[in-house]
Design a protein around this ligand. Structure first.
Ligand SMILES: Cc1cc2nc3c(=O)[nH]c(=O)nc-3n(C[C@H](O)[C@H](O)[C@H](O)COP(=O)(O)O)c2cc1C
Length: 167
């Protein structure tokens, strides 16, 4: 298995003396946009945040994104439902883009944490208002980013019982 897949963990404490650069953010977004998407629809946009006040505000309004108070950057993945309809493949597409960001961040020595927004209506409304995201676009998640100030050990594991082989 690729060691990045094993090494990546959700990081919830970041060093405040090292910022995430614009170049690093661009590399993360390049990785995001190489993700697969249904019919190559690429139903995503990204908001890259390094402004301290905005990161602190996200930590304040999102009950499970308190780590944004120590993160030095965050990327908000914004979903664009096809034809403005809420159904469709955009959650998978945006999830794939998100996982690419997490793995690329791990490769760059950055920590990250995927903080869910969609499909919680209250969280969508708050992040939409904070970042002025117009309908029908949907804030999908907040990805906290920064230099890790903790080093949790690998957590994933393989469960043979969850696999059915058809041979
Ligand atoms: C859809 C989704 C939503 C998540 N939302 C949050 C969140 O709001 N806050 C948080 O601290 N972690 C969140 N996580 C991270 C998970 O808690 C974490 O991935 C899981 O506990 C496994 O730990 P690991 O990422 O370190 O392997 C989320 C993960 C996913 C995939």
């Amino acid at each position: 298995m690729n060691e990045l897949i094993e090494k990546r963990r959700s990081i919830r404490k970041y060093r405040n003396d090292k910022s995430v650069t614009r170049e690093q953010i661009k590399r993360l977004l390049e990785a995001a946009m190489f993700a697969p998407s249904a019919c190559n629809s690429r139903p995503w946009e990204f908001i890259a945040i390094t402004k301290r006040e905005t990161l602190d505000e996200i930590a304040r309004i999102h009950p499970n994104a308190a780590m944004c108070a120590t993160a030095t950057a965050a990327i908000v993945v914004v979903a664009i439902p096809q034809d403005g309809k809420p159904e469709g493949y955009f959650p998978q597409d945006c999830g794939a883009a998100t996982q690419n960001i997490l793995l690329e961040a791990a490769d760059m020595g950055l920590g990250s944490c995927w903080c869910g927004v969609y499909p919680r209506t209250e969280r969508i409304a708050e992040i939409r208002a904070l970042l002025h995201i117009p309908e029908p676009k949907i804030p999908f998640n907040v990805i906290a980013l920064g230099t890790p100030d903790e080093a949790p050990s690998p957590r994933g594991f393989f469960e043979e019982s969850k696999v059915t082989y058809i041979e």
